[in-house]
Design a protein around this ligand. Structure first.
Ligand SMILES: Nc1ncnc2c1ncn2[C@@H]1O[C@H](COP(=O)(O)OP(=O)(O)O)[C@@H](O)[C@H]1O
Ligand SMILES: C=C(OP(=O)(O)O)C(=O)O
Length: 509
């Protein structure tokens, strides 16, 4: 609205100013509105919604069914999609079933806090008629947040999980609780007739035994804990980039942090692959916030990470350190792959421009991630691989880098991978700017970043390569028998590999 020096200012129906100027008088303001209309600001188009709720409903486009159902067109296409979702819920309900009450929980898809959820599609899996009279747990719903996207998981974490923040570069900073590293002394494997023969037990072995019954006690504890929650996160994903030896894994967890971590670390299925996922080959029940019961046989602390190879299940109680899931699945691969005459390797792996593949073996913290992430070579993987008759394949879909003293200058690829989607565990950041101080060890020295492998620009997707040409043993043994850098011939390399020549690097634990 504009007025000349001493003229009148009037508004016309379009909101434009008009002026009349009677002589010797101060201008008076009048409005002329020949259309008896409200004033509109024509500079910005208006929204189509009539109410705020309608406006909000416009914001989110409904996800289309993951893929069109082959051969079925038009309105009938929705039915098989519904059927598929029902089967998916059935399968999740079966995963979460209590084995003593012999019935699965009432599961329903979606966030319990979501207003848009009108009449949820409920599914209850009846393995058999309940053997024991129903308890309160059979009356409640368990909401399933299935394969959420990183953005959705960020929202869940920030809304509901204390200690979750977005850093200045967009990563999700989180805390893993009391445990900031793996707990190998609390990791147990069920010893039964088969594994009793197949695994290495006793002095010197890392395998600590438990019996089947104790596993079931802990499993029930974890399942009951998860079912007592309003919602659980379920990830259906893959391990191993070799399509012939791919393993389907399901991770049931209570935290968005755990779900995003596994989203990054396992291979992410395409919508088409998810549609045909079916029954998982292996399931993790992560009830890490809930302790195990010290009165239970074999339990020596409130933490227990239990592997049952016959049932193809793993139960986590009493530790929220996400690395347990990743390394737990690696233990499973160490069991399954050699049975197929495939060598599972705790190594980083990269490939030169000429296709020359190198393996980097070493314990935690010896530099597998740092050295395999080489700007002049293609990254195949940083930690877990399989070696078959035809070549190597990465088991995972992401990397898990140490970040203590991380610098942009020394490790620019890892530095730049710490962006939206990356989980940053146990780091300290500046309260206002949210800039991470990678030198700060206040929470732990074992600070970590978990990111999808494609965050490294030189990643080779799919993560497979030909037979390795060079093998590097990162012994990290400053006081050993070999000089700091030693070139070994084939026989010497084999000898030191078999004997596990290394040093104990006390970084993580
Ligand atoms: N010369 C070096 N080579 C590799 N890593 C180094 C070197 N010097 C320091 N480091 C540090 O050592 C740590 C190695 O960790 P990482 O590569 O994640 O180990 P791993 O993958 O074997 O568990 C990183 O924090 C890295 O910055
Ligand atoms: C996952 C771990 O192993 P690595 O250091 O080999 O990544 C860990 O030690 O927590």
């Amino acid at each position: 609205m504009a007025a000349n020096g001493n003229g009148e200012v009037a508004m016309n129906g379009n909101g434009a100013a008009t002026a009349r100027k009677p002589k010797g008088l101060l201008p008076s303001i009048t409005t002329s509105d020949k259309h008896h209309d409200v004033c509109h600001d024509m500079s910005a188009p208006t929204v189509k919604a009539q109410t705020i709720d309608e406006l909000h409903s416009l914001q989110k486009k409904k996800s289309a069914p993951t893929t069109p159902i082959k051969g079925i067109q038009g309105t009938f296409a929705a039915l098989p999609e519904e059927e598929r979702q029902k089967q998916q819920l059935q399968s999740i309900s079966a995963s979460l079933a209590s084995l003593t009450r012999e019935t699965g929980p009432k599961v329903v898809r979606g966030d319990p806090a979501s207003k848009s959820q009108t009449s949820p599609r409920v599914h209850q899996q009846h393995v058999a008629e309940p053997a024991i009279s129903a308890s309160d747990s059979s009356l409640k719903f368990t909401h399933v947040l299935y394969n959420l996207s990183p953005a959705e998981l960020y929202e869940q974490a920030i809304h509901y999980e204390k200690g979750s923040f977005i850093t200045s570069t967009g990563a999700l900073a989180t805390l893993s609780g009391a445990k900031t590293g793996r707990a190998p002394r609390d990791k147990r494997v069920v010893k039964d007739d088969v594994t009793g023969e197949e695994l290495w037990w006793g002095k010197g072995s890392p395998n600590i035994e438990m019996d089947e019954h104790t596993f079931m006690v802990n499993r029930e504890r974890a399942v009951d804990y998860l079912n007592s929650l309003d919602k659980v996160f379920v990830n259906d994903q893959f391990l191993n980039w070799d399509p012939e030896n791919r393993i389907k894994v399901r991770i049931v967890s209570a935290r968005a942090y755990h779900s995003l971590f596994m989203h990054n670390m396992c291979i992410r299925p395409t919508p088409e692959e998810l549609e045909d996922f079916g029954t998982p080959d292996f399931t993790i029940y992560n009830a890490g916030q809930f302790p195990c019961n010290r009165y239970t046989h074999y339990m020596t602390s409130s933490t227990s990470i239990d592997l049952n190879l016959a049932r193809r299940e793993m139960v986590i109680l009493g530790t929220q350190y996400a690395g347990e899931m990743k390394k737990g699945l690696f233990s499973v691969m160490h069991y399954l792959m050699p049975k197929r005459r495939i060598l599972s390797l705790h190594s980083g792996c990269n490939m030169g421009k000429d296709g020359d593949v190198a393996l980097f073996f070493g314990l935690s913290g010896t530099g597998k991630t740092t050295l395999s992430t080489d700007p002049n070579r293609y990254l195949i993987g940083d930690d877990e691989h399989c070696w078959t008759e035809t070549g190597v394949s990465n088991i995972e879909g992401g990397c898990y880098a140490k970040c203590i003293d991380l610098s942009r200058e020394k490790e620019p690829e890892i530095w730049n991978a710490i962006k939206f989607g990356t989980v940053l565990e146990n780091v300290v950041f500046e309260e206002h700017t949210r800039e991470v101080d990678y030198a700060d060890k206040s929470v732990t020295e074992n600070t970590r970043a978990s990111y999808p492998i494609e965050y490294i620009p030189n990643a080779k997707i799919p993560c497979v390569g030909p037979h390795p040409k060079n093998v590097i043993l990162l012994a990290c043994d400053a006081f050993g028998v070999l000089p700091p850098v030693s070139k070994l011939n084939l026989a010497q390399t084999m000898y030191h590999f078999i004997s596990g020549y290394t040093a104990l690097v006390i970084i993580s634990h």
